[in-house]
Design a protein around this ligand. Structure first.
Ligand SMILES: Nc1ncnc2c1ncn2[C@@H]1O[C@H](COP(=O)(O)OP(=O)(O)O)[C@@H](O)[C@H]1O
Ligand SMILES: [Mg+2]
Length: 315
C-alpha cells in the first residue's frame, strides 16, 4: 500500500435522502495522473472534498499517502494540495500578495516566502502581472495563480477540481502543459473533468462517475475498447491484394474516403489479441498489408454507450 497515493474503499456520502456517492473504490499509484470524469452533478467535487479532508464521508475507508484519512487528517493535509472548482484566489490582493499569504499559512520565513513566490510567478508566467490585483487577471491567469498557490506547500499529491472548465483552448493547453510538468517532477495528480479529451490527454487512468457510481475504469485505450465501432485500417499496394485479403478475412469494407480504394476497414476492438489474429491469418495466406492503423472510438462514444446519454455541457 506504500506506493499508492490514494486507496479508497466503499466511499459513501448522502445529503439527506439524496445519495451522492454510492460506494466508490479508487486506487491511484504515486506519480500518476488519475482523472475522475463525469457530467455536472455526478459527485466529482464531493469526492475531492472527501479525499482532501474538507468534508467527512458517511462510510468507507481512505488512505492518502499512507495516512488514514479519518485518524490522521492533519498528516493527510500536510501531504496534499487542493485547487478547487471555485478559486482560492483573493481578487483584492495582487498575485504576489496571494502567494505570500499562502507562504505565511505554510509558516515559511519571510525570505523563503519571497523566494518561493518569485519562483512560482516565473514558472506560471505571471511576473508581469505580479503587482496587479487578481481581479484584473484573465480566467487563465487566475487558474494559474490558483495552482501556483497550491504549490507553495510543495504537495506530493494535488487535487485539481475541473482545472480547465470555462477556459479558452489556449489557456487549457497551457494548463495541460503545467500538469505534465508537475507529473514529470514526480507529483501525483487527481483531477476531475467534464472533458473527455482532457482525461484522454492527461490521465494514466480514467474512472467514469455517473450518479455517484463508477461505471467504468481503465486507461483511455481500455475504455475506448469497451464499445463497438472500432476498426483496423489495412492499406494495400494494389487492388488484387486487397481482394485476396477480403476473401481471406471474410469481413471488412473498402474505405470510401480513400480515393485509391486500396484501404480495407475491418471491424475490430483494436486490442492486441484481435490484431495478432488478423495479421496471422493474412500472413498464412501470404498477404502483407503496406500499412496498418487502428481506429478506436473516442471517449464521447464510451460515455454515450455506458450511460445512454450524452455528456451534459457545462452550464
Ligand atoms: N452541501 C450539499 N448539500 C446538498 N446537496 C449537495 C451538496 N453538495 C453537493 N450536493 C449534491 O450532490 C450531487 C453531486 O454534486 P457534486 O459533487 O458537486 O457534483 P460534480 O462536482 O460532479 O458536478 C449534486 O446533485 C449536488 O446537488
Ligand atoms: Mg464539481
Amino acid at each position: 500500500m506504500k506506493d499508492l497515493a490514494i486507496a479508497a474503499n466503499g466511499l459513501r456520502k448522502s445529503y439527506r435522502d439524496k445519495v451522492v456517492l454510492d460506494g466508490i473504490d479508487l486506487t491511484v499509484p504515486q506519480g500518476t495522473v488519475f482523472a475522475l470524469l463525469g457530467p455536472n452533478g455526478a459527485g466529482k467535487t464531493t469526492t475531492v472534498q472527501i479525499l482532501s479532508t474538507l468534508i467527512a464521508a458517511d462510510g468507507g475507508t481512505v488512505q492518502i499517502a499512507g495516512f488514514d484519512l479519518a485518524r490522521q487528517p492533519d498528516d493527510v493535509r500536510g501531504a496534499i494540495g487542493v485547487t478547487g472548482q471555485y478559486s482560492a484566489v483573493d481578487k483584492l490582493l495582487t498575485g504576489e500578495e496571494n502567494l505570500l499569504l499562502m507562504a505565511d499559512l505554510h509558516h515559511l520565513s519571510r525570505k523563503d516566502g519571497k523566494r518561493k513566490a518569485a519562483e512560482l510567478l516565473e514558472r506560471f508566467d505571471l511576473v508581469d502581472a505580479a503587482g496587479k490585483t487578481a481581479a484584473t487577471y484573465s480566467g487563465g491567469m487566475q487558474r494559474r495563480l490558483d495552482l501556483a498557490m497550491t504549490l507553495v506547500g510543495d504537495p506530493r499529491l494535488i487535487f485539481l477540481d475541473e482545472p480547465t472548465t470555462g477556459l479558452d483552448p489556449r489557456s487549457r493547453r497551457s494548463m495541460w502543459q503545467i500538469v505534465r510538468e508537475l507529473v514529470a517532477s514526480g507529483v501525483t495528480i487527481f483531477l476531475t473533468t467534464q472533458y473527455l479529451e482532457e482525461a484522454d490527454e492527461l490521465a494514466d487512468r480514467i474512472a467514469l462517475l455517473d450518479h455517484g457510481r463508477l461505471i467504468a475504469e481503465g486507461t483511455a485505450e481500455e475504455l475506448k475498447r469497451l464499445i463497438p465501432g472500432g476498426h483496423v485500417s489495412l492499406r494495400f499496394t494494389d487492388d488484387d491484394t486487397l481482394k485476396d485479403a477480403l476473401g481471406t478475412l471474410g469481413r471488412g469494407f473498402v474505405d470510401p474516403s480513400d480515393d485509391d480504394r486500396l484501404t480495407l476497414q475491418v471491424p475490430s476492438d483494436g486490442g492486441v489479441a484481435a490484431l495478432r489474429e488478423l495479421l496471422t491469418r493474412l500472413d498464412a495466406a501470404g498477404i502483407e498489408p503496406a500499412d496498418l492503423s487502428v481506429h478506436t472510438p473516442d471517449l464521447d462514444d464510451v460515455f454515450l454507450t455506458l450511460t445512454g446519454q450524452k455528456q451534459e455541457t457545462n452550464r
